[in-house]
Each structure stands twice: as structure tokens, then as C-alpha cells.
Design a protein around this ligand. Sequence first.
Ligand SMILES: [Zn+2]
Length: 322
Amino acid sequence: MGMVIAFIFGMNTKTNILSVLSKIELLSSLKLAVVREREATSTVLEHLGEIERRRLFAEAGYSSLHEFVVSELKYSDAGAARRIGAMRLSVQLPEVKHAIDSGSLTLSNAALVQNVVKNAKKQKVVLPVPLLTLAQTAMNCSSRDAERKLRTFLPDVVSTPDRVRAKDADHSVMTVTVSNTLDEKLSKLRARHAHKMGAASLGELLEFAVDAALTEKQPRKVNATATVSAPASELQYRSEKKLTNRYIGVQLKRVATAKAQGACQFVSGITGKRCNSSFALEYDHKKPLSQGGSTSAENLQLLCRTHNQWKGTKVLAPPFRV
Ligand SMILES: [Zn+2]
């Protein structure tokens, strides 16, 4: 057996070495490799759990753990989703970790259970059985069987995952599950704009609706908590009405947004990476008003929700060591 282990670790430079193994040795070597792979996966999940607990992905300049896993660790979108879902389920249930380690629960089935639980919570549906029972339902079976069995417990919660695949250089084919309400809304949209769009396809309707949504003013939320006096240099931005420093005027917002180029300005002190996310942007006072900061172009920045929350947590109680 010792010889087989040596072969496994020497495979990078001796790829043909497997060809001299006996059938028994080759099978043993493969099984050992799978054990090592599971151990490595388990270690990866543990690390991801700790990264999420500390929100270290945010400090490293990413707006989500998923983005961190895809961009920094080079996993595919689906691979990242499997690992993150499995990690979150195993954080709640130690039994899940053991099941993943032993191979009785695949990452994709663990992630499926986690997704079902998340959807149930979002839809305010109470789980009809304990979480452990749901997880056990997904053990020792294929993804399709797990999905089918989970559907018997929560028929309206288990959804088919969205899929996007390339069709040609300019088009993708998306498979998504939508509510009947959305279907009706799309029909109304098609009818309302039939005079200029004709019999629009679903893709054309979606692009029209998304374009309309993207032209909405961003960001929407003002993050300010205190009132202090403003520097005279900023009074040019505040001529419309009587204002407090809590208020960020339209022109000041334009200046801040242009300076940020419409993206999160958080720069990681660890990696030097700028976040650049355009998701849920909020205005932030670099130096908080409560600490003497002003509502000025120099003191305003755009942060995505993740980094605004991360900054708030850090200011209140810096809990972790870098
Ligand atoms: Zn950000």
C-alpha cells in the first residue's frame, strides 16, 4: 500500500506510472485518491465557513462570498454554488459534514437541501420535517432523486435551478422557473407595447424591462447618521431648500457618483483589490458624521451593501485579526 501512496503523490511528473500498476494496485490507488480528494474538499468547506464567519471575502474586496470563490479561487459558478451551499448546510448540521466526508452526501445534493431551506425561509414556509430529515433524504442518491424526494416534502419550494448556456457568439439560452404572475405580467407588457415592438419574444420583452429598470436612478439609499455643520465650500450644492447635513443634494450625489464611476469604491487593505460592484450602491461618509466628517464631495463615497455593512460592523466592533 505504501508503494501505491507514493505513486499517487508522484503522478504529476510520472503520469505513465499508473500503467505499470497491477489491477488491484490501480483500484487501491484510485480509492486512496478519492479519500484524499474528500479530505481536501472537507478542508476547503471548513475554510469557506471561516471566511464567511469573518466576512473576510468583503475585507478582501469582494461583494459576496460567491464572487470571492469564483474570482479568487477560480471555481466555476456552479462549483462555487455547490461548495457554498454545502458549507452553509454543514455549519447548521454537523451530521452533514460527516456525510460529505464519507461520500454519502454529494456537494450538489447538500447544496440542493440548503437551497430548499433558503427558499422555504424566503417564502415563510415552515419545514414539515426536521432539517436533518431533509438532509438524510438527499443522501445516497442522485441529484434527480434527491430533488424528487425533497419535492414530496415541499412541493412548492423545490425549484429547478436556473441554467444559462451559450447558443452562439451573441446569444445565450436561459432556462428559468418563473411564477405564473410573471408570465401574466410579460403578456401585459407585450400587449401594452405591441405598437412599437410587434409580437416581441420573451427575450426581447425581458431586455426591454431590464433596460427600463437599469435607467432608474441609483443609488437609492442615503447612509448618514448624524448632523454637523458643513464646510462653506459645499454650500453651492445646497441652494434648493433648508438642509441638514443628513441630506445629500442631487448635485452632490452626481459629483460623488461620477467620481466613483458608478461602482463600489471599497479597496481592500489586504489584497489592494477595488470591489467595483454596482449592486445595491449606497452613499457613505468616509469619515462618519458622528466623528466630525462632513457631507462633502471629498468625504462621500459609494459602497455596495456588503461593504457598507462590513464598514459599519468594523467601526462598531472590530472582531477579527487580519
Ligand atoms: Zn463593494
